[in-house]
Design a binder for this molecule. Sequence first.
Ligand SMILES: [Zn+2]
Length: 211
Amino acid sequence: MVTNDRIEHLLRDEAARILAVTEDRPEISRYRIYLSDFPRADILGMSIGHRRIYISYRLGRRALNSDRHLWLLRQTLAHEIGHEIAGHADQTQISFNRSSPVRGLTNRDLGLPWYVIYQPYSLEKELQADLEGMKYWDRLQWDCSIWVGILEDFKRQNYVGDSLHPTQKRLQQASRVCRPQTEVKGAREVKLGQTPFSVSRPSLLSYQVRQ
Ligand SMILES: [Zn+2]
């Protein structure tokens, strides 16, 4: 774990902003967000349950000066908070958000003590965490095309992910959720990219109900 006042301040602010639109709003003060200098640069974040989340120090540092990395940080936070709120974690399960090809993570890669058991989530839960995260973005009226764009960037960089974080599947899901939808009332079709945020936007909640 590393400390840096400016980055920690940014993390707290961004996490609080996301948490404020979640079911965990009353529990914001119980969240602990840590900076971690993961030995492997491709790990962006990790949630270990009990409202404890680790964020890559490198990502946090870059987010101070780069909009692109700030949005990547917001995606990572939303994804990890999604795991926490969906109740995916328990003491033996840890989740990751990764940015480059990973084969078989070990405790050493994570800087975890040997006695912590690393048990990844299922693909289903990883995709669900993305869906949860996108739901929070929607409530914040953050443009979901940025979320999609991050995954498209992964793809452009030939980052295919791994069996539990397959870029292609994450991108497919995100594109489906973010695509322009027809408004329920009236026949007018509202395209996200062409409308201001204040106009009725696709509800991720109703998307989930249809699943
Ligand atoms: Zn995850």
